[in-house]
Design a protein around this ligand. Structure first.
Ligand code: NAI
Ligand code: 15L
Length: 264
């Protein structure tokens, strides 16, 4: 493709994508509301933008062939911040995509859409959402927007419910939720290379021995995660005592997010 837009390019996954997805497009258009060092390289464009700014997002999306949408509030925060980036921002993104030829979207949704399910349940993508906070609610909104724009206009989106994408798992819950950086990059490649996409929900999780999600929809795009959190089990268990069985991190799939207050 000619131009791939990466929103949230200054964030954790955005930096990873910037470093490792240059081969996917002639030009990476990198966007964030915050810092995006280093300066643009030869095949990069750096375009600062607040997702909540309708006119700016309309311009941002012009001439893009695909969108890796990582930008937004990524944890529990006061409603006004979530509303600007994850509600208004997502509306702005889908309206801009509609106006500019409907480039395929990779939408980084989250396990916090279902965080209030207990860890003894195995979920499919058909199970109703059960968000664990305002952040989770905003990701449910994003999933609903993608579904609406697919049904009404044919806009393609991969709704990737990411578990925990970090260099390695950092606590016991992540033995089930971990998505390795390598599997994340392979997943983005599969989303943008798939001949047909539609609007599937896919769990963004590595091939961990422990898990709560039926990952069969990944096959729709030919993605086979290869890494396994078991590699780190001994390290994690040695470093961290087992939390009590009724602690949020032992009980709920969303872990500690279920214990967050409504931030004001
Ligand atoms: P992050 O918080 O490091 O990056 C998000 C970026 O979005 C930040 O650089 C921030 O400045 C930018 N942003 C925030 N508000 C904005 C606005 N109004 N306009 C434009 N940009 C704005 O998050 P991370 O870890 O890189 O995650 C990327 C995406 O993946 C997020 O949407 C997050 O919700 C989702 N996700 C990540 C998971 C993970 O384990 N890293 C797990 C589940 C979902
Ligand atoms: C998320 O949705 C967050 O963006 C990320 O920072 C992690 O907390 C992750 O979920 C998780 O559940 O581990």
């Amino acid at each position: 493709m000619k131009r791939l837009l990466i929103t949230g390019a200054g964030g954790n996954l955005g930096k990873l994508a910037r470093a490792r997805l240059g081969h996917m497009a002639d030009i990476l258009r990198l966007s964030d509301i915050g810092e995006m060092a280093p300066a643009a390289g030869p095949h990069e464009e750096v375009v600062p933008c607040d997702l909540g700014d309708e006119a700016a997002v309309m311009e941002l999306v012009a001439d893009c062939d695909a969108i890796l949408h990582l930008g937004g509030v990524s944890v529990e925060r006061p409603w006004k911040d979530i509303q600007n980036a994850n509600i208004t921002g997502v509306y702005n993104l889908y309206e801009a995509a509609r106006a500019h030829g409907m480039p395929r979207i990779f939408f980084a949704t989250s396990n916090h859409t279902i965080g209030y399910y207990t860890q003894d349940k195995v979920l499919t993508v058909q199970d109703p959402v059960k968000p664990d906070g305002l952040y989770g609610v905003s990701k449910c909104f994003g999933e609903a927007m993608a579904s609406l724009y697919h049904s009404k206009f044919g806009q393609e989106t991969a709704l990737i419910r990411i578990g925990s994408c970090f260099e390695k798992p950092v606590d016991r819950r992540m033995m089930a939720t971990w998505l390795s950086p390598d599997d994340f990059i392979r997943l983005v490649e599969c989303v943008f290379r798939a001949p047909m996409l539609g609007c599937p929900v896919i769990w963004g999780v590595s091939n961990n021995d422990e898990g709560w999600w039926d990952t069969s929809t990944a096959r729709l795009i030919g993605w086979r995660p290869q890494d396994n959190s078991e590699t780190y089990r001994a390290e994690i268990e040695a470093a961290q005592p087992c939390p009590p069985a009724d602690a949020p991190e032992s009980r709920y799939q969303g872990g500690k997010f279920t214990a967050e207050p409504i931030h004001k």
